[in-house]
Write a protein that binds this ligand. Structure first.
Ligand code: CA
Length: 681
């Protein structure tokens, strides 16, 4: 699955010529020696790249080993106008260039310009710009201490003992708040999340109050670093983009702020958003896209040390495992360090609680392990997950890639399970294809792979898996389960396309079953924002630059689909109340999760046994019927309390009309079509 990158490619920003090296060293490239020469580059491990403030002095340091000269320019404005000061930087240690300015020119902007082989490259804010002017072309000199909201020094995200306790909610800033029905004032902005007490015209909670009501533990925000595609100088145009086109990795995106021309505003407002979520007990995961840049020769990497930060083909052209025109080279010292230091910066300066790596398999396993270790040192609650695949071939050998299949080689890294995703709802790229939850037989074993979080289990036959053929996860902490995300059709649209003759009520049942499988499975559950109100994207599968009319969540759906919302809320409450769904080792799962021997297609039945993982409930029985007809199961005799049945759920037990809790005595029991039956004793 890689359409987010194909999306970026279509966006046009990446259609620049893709041949030739920025440095013009085409001859060396043609000889296939382009990447070898980078091995001789000196490396710089200091933490003062870019700008550091040292008392009353601003110190600048740029790493550019092949530069003949580097010029620093100071500007009064974030764009336009002439430099008011031009400074030749001095060659310093390990390929770096330095300059110092006293007193610190707060409120001013700067660029670097590198000369290589007698050629002046374009000006760049460098790769370490932490604050930028409008559209990010110039770096800004601001006082970061002044950007902290009140109480920031004691701000903290939720404590996470184990990643499997997390409930992830993937959200785009505009999708979430921009609809007129959101009742939110700061539509499409970081600040949307800081507004309490917002409601729809029909009185339902929205914004942060909605998240609290739903019960998710973490929001996963789509790219929020400074990206390329939205013109920050023309916000009234209301452009939309997912943001998978990175420009400045260490500064927030300007279009999500109320004033992109003031470099401090985006920093402050992003912190305010994070603080508001933390105050509500909700953590913030950031989607990071270090695997490629929006531009090739004109990226800040290329304008700093041409060629070095990217991989190349034998003929010297950019290799393209991202499907976006280039791929970065994490195995090279300065690129690997850049990724590690960048996430550390976001964790420290912005108190980010987790990171989701886009096309993570473009990076090497060693760098990803370093990322996780460095973050755990800052805060043990921070977790990391990513897409364990690439969008194309790469010069990086497959055994070194941070692939799903290599996740056991990495420490503290989780991968998305495309196994459960496709098996439950049908193949992601074939709209009409159905899955287990929509009545297509043959997916049972792959759903079981999802249920055990892709760990080794004596009752799961991996040779029958649709995607993976071996238990790639050594622990449930290495797997993120989901049935839909920003990519591809929303679950609502997928069900509409694959169940063309169904009613909306039937499709909502299928959605409930699909998410019940995700939220009761071992591993970590992940959902796409708005599915709890059955949001759609009008059938658009790659909505990366579609207008708000496609992407915005219409919050009146919360009223219309109140039953759906309540189901999701109870489902999340069930998972959070019961550690049996959140076992922490593969061994525990193998011992305490037992599948029943059923042969009916589209039927899975299993038990979580012996107060699994310290659960209050001795035995939990979970049965999924994805078929079109009711299915019969044989339940052991006993007094079973019913938690979910026939498309309804209550995490403390479903109630009869007279207010008593529903129970079953075992024996022959019917499981209604496209529904989950969950019981305990
Ligand atoms: Ca931007």
């Amino acid at each position: 699955m890689f359409d987010l990158c194909v999306g970026s490619l279509v966006a046009g920003a990446l259609l620049a010529p893709q041949t030739g090296l920025a440095a013009g060293d085409v001859a060396a490239a043609a000889a296939g020696k382009v990447d070898a020469r980078f091995l001789d580059y000196p490396v710089y491990h200091g933490d003062d790249l870019g700008l550091t403030i040292d008392g009353s002095t601003a110190r600048f340091r740029l790493w550019s080993p092949e530069a003949q000269s580097v010029t620093l320019r100071l500007y009064k404005q974030g764009r336009g106008g002439e430099a008011f000061e031009t400074i030749k930087m001095k060659k310093d240690v390990n390929g770096t260039w330095t300059a110092a300015v006293t007193p610190v020119p707060y409120g001013k902007f700067y660029t670097f310009q590198v000369e290589i082989n007698g050629r002046l490259l374009d000006e760049t804010p460098g790769i370490w710009a932490r604050a930028v002017g409008v559209n990010g072309h110039r770096a800004a000199i601001i006082d970061f201490a002044a950007t902290d909201p009140e109480g920031w020094s004691s701000d903290k995200g939720p404590e996470v003992k184990h990643i499997n306790d997390v409930v992830l909610y993937e959200m785009h800033h505009r999708d979430f708040s921009v609809h007129p029905n959101s009742g939110i004032a700061n539509k499409g902005k970081f600040l949307a999340m800081t507004e309490e007490g917002t409601v729809t015209p029909l009185g339902d909670k929205t914004g942060i109050d909605h998240l609290k009501e739903l019960g998710v533990t973490h929001v996963h925000i789509l790219p929020s670093y400074d990206y390329n595609s939205v013109d920050e100088a023309n916000l009234p145009a209301n452009q939309y983009n997912w943001g998978y086109d990175p420009y400045n990795y260490n500064a927030p995106e300007g279009s999500y702020s109320t004033n992109p021309t003031n470099p401090a505003t985006r920093v402050t407002e992003m912190k305010q958003m994070i603080k508001a979520l933390h105050d509500a007990g909700i953590g913030v995961v950031m989607d990071v896209v270090y695997n490629h840049t929006a531009d090739n020769d004109k990226s800040n990497f290329s304008l700093t040390a041409p060629g070095y930060f990217y991989r190349h083909n034998e003929d010297g052209t950019y290799s393209d495992a991202s499907g976006c025109g280039n791929e970065t080279a994490s195995e090279r010292h300065m690129m690997g360090d850049f990724i590690v230091n960048s996430v550390k910066y976001w964790a420290k300066e912005y108190h980010i609680d987790g990171f989701r790596f886009d096309l993570m398999a473009i990076h090497d396993t060693e760098t990803m392990s370093r990322v996780a270790a460095a973050l755990k040192e800052i805060n043990p609650s921070i977790f990391v997950y990513g897409e364990g695949w690439t969008a194309g071939g790469s010069p990086l050998p497959a055994d070194a890639r941070a692939l799903k299949e290599n996740v056991a080689k990495m420490q503290g890294i989780a991968v998305f399970s495309d196994d459960i995703r496709d098996a439950v709802k049908g193949h992601y790229s074939d709209a009409a294809d159905r899955g287990f939850a929509t009545g297509k037989p043959g997916n049972e074993e792959t759903v079981k792979i999802g249920i055990v979080a892709s760990t080794a289990h004596p009752q799961v036959d991996y040779s029958k898996g649709n995607n993976s053929k071996f238990p790639y996860a050594s622990s449930p902490s290495q797997v993120i389960n989901y049935v839909s995300c920003h990519d591809d059709l929303t679950l609502t649209d997928k069900l509409a396309k694959s169940m063309p003759n169904s009613t909306e009520a039937e499709r909502q049942r299928a959605a409930r079953l699909a998410q019940t499988i995700v939220f009761t499975s071992q591993g970590t559950p992940f959902m796409f924002a708005g599915e709890e109100v059955f949001r759609n994207k009008k059938g658009v599968h790659n909505s990366y630059k579609s207008p708000d009319s496609i992407n915005a969540i219409d919050w009146n759906l919360k009223h219309l689909n109140a039953e759906q919302f309540n189901y999701y809320k109870e489902l999340i409450a069930l998972r959070k109340a019961h550690p049996a769904f959140r076992m922490t080792t593969a061994d525990d799962i193998a011992r305490h999760l037992k599948f029943d021997n059923v042969t009916t297609p589209n039927l899975i039945s299993y038990s979580l046994l012996d107060n699994a993982n310290g659960d209050d409930w001795k035995e939990i029985k979970v049965i999924f019927n994805g078929g079109d007809e009711a299915a019969e199961v044989k339940l052991p005799k006993g007094k079973w309390t019913v938690v979910a049945r026939d498309g309804k759920i209550n995490h403390t037990g479903l109630l009869n009309a007279d207010g008593t809790v529903q129970t079953l005595r075992g024996g022959k029991t019917l499981v209604e079509p496209r529904s989950a039956l969950i019981l305990y004793r």
